[in-house]
Design a protein around this ligand. Structure first.
Ligand code: SAH
Length: 227
């Protein structure tokens, strides 16, 4: 059974979006994963089909209603659904490669995309939504964030990445950023490819790459080295 993604959103036409192209798009075409979008507005109950209301306690913006988000969840990912349920949220735990790997080994994901100021806290609590963030900045909606999460997962699904080995030395695997890459031409604008890479000595190449990865990580992301 392949990885199943269900995305609840007010903008289903934003999907598959980037996920319909390249690696993820080809995998979707092959059936390595499947995507279902749910228009949250279809679960509105009043004649204006409203999904949001003003924040309790006052303040700017609107809040997505708990009852409507819950109705959309219950119909499309009920109690017996084994998939983890997420709410894309800047308040969530930052997404990591370890979590992505974990998800890729599972049955899929149900993802709620927020809009406006966010979602009524009660549905987050009542439906046990795991809040996940794609970084310390605020997007206008969860759709791009959901595509980030799914893109990261899909490339790890069995059969998706042509060269499976390219996953192993990658950034965040083993707490290091990846070493720099070079390709032909051997000289460009007076810059040459580091000699060791053209030496054919694989032990030396591995050592050089390791060293570069460590140097880069220490410079840019010393926080990773401590992990
Ligand atoms: N008022 C909220 C931000 C709302 S942004 C706050 O200050 O925390 C609107 C929606 O965009 C959110 O509900 C969420 O679904 C999505 N979003 C914004 N930034 C995000 C991020 N960094 N990661 C994941 N989702 C994000």
């Amino acid at each position: 059974m392949s990885f199943r993604a269900t995305v609840l959103t007010l903008y289903p036409e934003m999907f598959p979006g980037t996920l319909g192209q390249a690696l993820a798009g080809k995998a979707l075409g092959r059936g390595d994963w499947s995507l279902e979008t749910v228009q949250i507005r279809d679960y509105a109950t009043d004649k204006h089909r409203s999904v949001d209301d003003t924040p309790a306690g006052g303040g700017a913006g609107m809040v997505m209603r708990a009852d409507i988000v819950a109705a959309a969840l219950d119909v499309n990912a009920g109690d017996d659904d084994p998939r983890p349920r997420f709410l894309m949220s800047p308040r969530g735990k930052p997404l990591t490669q370890a979590r992505v790997r974990d998800l890729a080994a599972g049955p899929g994901a149900v993802i709620v995309c927020g809009r406006f100021e966010g979602v009524d806290q009660r549905v987050i609590d009542a439906r046990d939504l795991e809040e996940v963030s794609v970084g310390d900045y605020v997007l206008s909606g969860g759709e791009v964030a959901a595509q980030v999460l799914l893109d990261a997962v899909i490339r790890l699904l069995p059969g998706v990445m042509g060269n499976a080995a390219s996953g192993e030395t990658e950034s965040f695997e083993g707490n290091l950023l990846e070493h720099p890459h070079y390709t032909r031409p051997p000289e460009w604008e007076g810059r040459v490819i580091p000699e060791v890479l053209t030496s054919g000595n694989h032990a030396k190449i591995d050592a050089w790459r390791r060293e570069e990865a460590e140097k880069l990580t220490a410079e840019r992301r010393p926080d990773l080295l401590g992990k």
